[in-house]
Design a protein. Structure first.
Length: 196
């Protein structure tokens, strides 16, 4: 199972990042990764997401190939229960499904970051009838699932950082979408919750 988690997260990255990137690129000709590499808020958030990916990779690699080092990750042994582990595994797989379905429903509007030059349609159907941010809900559920499967200080830190970063990212996107879509987005905000 320890190798499975590493493979799962590799597949998760391919399915939730590479596949939608190429789908949007093929459909629109536009780059769907538009996070700047500068000192802006978006650029900073992008660097934090890379850090989160790195933390997760370290934990999964240690778990798979160097289990004797897991004590250095400060495990929360009181959470290492079979029932909690199963809840975490269920969250990992259900969150992947949630993210993929939401990305498919976004279709050509899916982006990582935002650029005022790239106008996209406002998606309000499917999962977006119930949450303005189902992809981010899924990402947060993924990190919570990882923490429950491998409860330690690094997975707790990654989960907490994910929550904080997503709170900031959502607010930046809301500001952008309010300008891009005007009254339509403001009406959508009134009708649909930010999270779920």
């Amino acid at each position: 199972m320890k190798y499975y988690l590493l493979l799962f997260f590799f597949a998760y990255g391919v399915v939730t990042m590479a596949v939608p990137y190429w789908r949007v690129k093929r459909a629109t000709g536009q780059n769907a990764f538009i996070v700047p590499r500068d000192d802006s808020a978006q650029g900073f958030i992008g660097r934090i997401f890379k850090l989160l990916f790195g933390l997760s990779f370290v934990v999964l690699t240690v778990n798979a190939f160097a289990p004797q080092w897991t004590d250095y990750l400060l495990p929360a042994d009181f959470l290492a229960k079979l029932g909690i582990w199963w809840v975490g595994m269920a969250l990992l797989h259900l969150s992947l499904l949630l993210v993929v379905v939401a990305q498919v429903q976004m279709a050509r509007s899916w982006r990582v970051g935002f650029d005022e030059k790239q106008r996209t349609a406002l998606v309000q159907t499917g999962l977006f009838r119930y949450s303005r941010n189902p992809v981010f809900v899924g990402m947060l559920a993924t990190m919570l699932g990882l923490f429950l499967v491998l409860p330690n200080a690094l997975t707790l830190l990654a989960t907490a950082l994910t929550w904080v970063v997503l709170q900031i990212q959502v607010r930046m996107e809301e500001e952008y979408l309010s300008k891009a879509h005007g009254a339509a987005y403001l009406d959508y905000m009134r009708r649909v919750r930010r999270w779920c």
